[in-house]
Design a protein around this ligand. Structure first.
Ligand code: P6P
Length: 332
């Protein structure tokens, strides 16, 4: 009888963050506590995603969210789960969800609420009923110390993406994988159903510098800006392949691992782009850059953008550095 050699240690996210945080003397373990909350919440969400159809979470809930999109039952389950799990972590001050019009003020900065958690609880939810990969995206900011409580929550929230202290996503696909960064590389964990824990899969992921795959919904071609149309024509004369799942997290995760470029430009239907800056573009841009890639809104680096509104949308081109640079070269 052969037994698999114990070559791969079993490292959980909490252990990994704790070890990573030890490199930073000023680290207080706060991020470990927040990210362990996120892993707990996403394990609960995953249990519903895997049973959709058996438990009553398929289909529409019957309301619309702040963006006028039909809310799916599983959207609400995911949203409530994150709010309930993270809302009781004493260092969390403010929570911002794609599903909620306004921020949830858990604890004022003065009362110990040090962090802001921004999230899309279930991205790609229109794909739930047809069993296509979906995901949860999260971003962590530190509450600012230079503003008065009387100014309310928005000045804390509307910080540039470059101020994120952590970011990541969970992709509920053929396996459930979490990618996270605290600014010290991107690390991948796979949920092991036999023990119910995310265990380390790959450290310091590097996005390939190039990749002949572009990911865009070409149904909107006619309303794309001319430079994007010109780029797409160029790809067809240069042997590129096209992949588009229609779930941002799934399209991004493939790009992170295989290289290539994902584009969601401005369209007639969404003149500012469809994807949200604070809890979709910013966290994925931090992951992309930490893995050696790039993320722009076709004119400006995503992490340099300052949001003016909670649910602000942005055009997005994200992926391999050389591929993003090529898209941008059509805009010059
Ligand atoms: P379209 C899902 O609804 C989503 O927000 C992202 O996950 C995805 O990238 C995008 O919208 C797909 O949009 O217009 O191509 O259906």
């Amino acid at each position: 009888m052969t037994t698999e050699p114990l070559t791969r240690p079993i490292i959980t996210i909490a252990q990994h963050i704790a070890e990573t945080q030890r490199k930073f003397p000023q680290a207080t373990g706060d991020l470990t506590w927040i990210l362990s909350g996120i892993t707990l919440a996403t394990r609960i969400i995953e249990s519903y995603v895997r049973r959709a159809g058996i438990v009553n979470v398929l289909g529409e809930y019957g309301t619309e969210n702040v963006h006028g999109e039909i809310v799916q039952k599983l959207d609400l389950v995911a949203n409530e789960t994150i709010l309930r799990v993270l809302g009781y972590r004493e260092i969390v001050g403010i929570m911002v969800s794609e599903e909620d019009d306004d921020p949830t003020i858990v604890k004022s900065p003065g009362a110990g609420g040090k962090y802001i958690i921004l999230f899309d609880p279930l991205d790609g939810s229109s794909n739930i009923d047809v069993n296509v990969t979906i995901g949860t995206i999260f971003s962590v900011l530190r509450c600012r110390e230079d503003i008065d409580e009387s100014e309310g929550a928005l000045p804390h929230i509307l910080q540039r993406g470059s101020y994120q202290v952590a970011a990541g996503y969970v992709v509920y696909g053929s396996s459930t994988v979490m990618a996270y960064t605290t600014g010290d590389g991107v690390h991948l964990f796979t949920l092991d159903p036999s023990i119910g824990a995310f265990t380390l899969h790959t450290e310091n992921v590097r996005m390939p510098a190039q990749g002949k795959t572009y990911s865009v919904n070409e149904a909107y071609y006619d309303s794309f800006p001319a430079p994007v149309q010109n780029y797409l024509s160029w790809t067809k004369q240069n042997g590129y392949g096209q992949r588009y799942i229609g779930s941002l997290v799934a399209d991004f995760h493939r790009t992170l691992l295989k290289g290539g470029v994902f584009l969601y430009p401005a369209t007639d239907k969404n003149p500012s782009g469809k994807l949200r800056l604070l809890y979709e573009a910013n966290p994925l841009a931090m992951i992309a850059e930490q893995a050696g890639g790039a993320a722009w809104d076709f004119n400006e680096r995503i992490l340099d953008k300052r949001a003016d509104a909670l649910h602000e949308r942005t055009p997005l081109v994200i992926g391999s550095r050389e591929e993003v640079d090529r898209v941008l070269s059509f805009h010059k």
